[in-house]
Design a protein. Structure first.
Length: 94
């Protein structure tokens, strides 16, 4: 699980925060499972070169679930997760 929150605003401002995370995911077992994300405001997830979550909009909070993703054991899958905040508190969880 990846989790981010801002309780003390950068430079005194929680507006217009954005982050991106690019890394690899490895499952110890073969399985099929959806990806989940939630946060305040928008986010999207590209997994293994495919956009699986697109929730790029201002919102107070909310979650998204992708269609099931099939994973093979011990295979590295690249992913990029983007998040932005446009007013109020800033948090996200993947």
């Amino acid at each position: 699980m990846y989790q981010y929150s801002v309780s003390i605003p950068a430079a005194g401002n929680t507006d217009l925060e954005d982050i991106s995370l690019t890394t690899d995911f490895v499952s110890p077992d073969s399985c099929s499972s959806p990806a989940y994300s939630d946060g305040d405001d928008g986010d999207y997830l590209d997994f293994n070169g495919v956009n699986v979550i697109m929730n790029w909009q201002d919102k107070g909070a909310g979650s998204m679930r992708s269609q099931p993703i099939t994973l093979q054991a011990n295979v590295y899958y690249p992913f990029t997760y983007w998040f932005y905040e446009n007013g109020g508190g800033a948090w996200t969880r993947l």
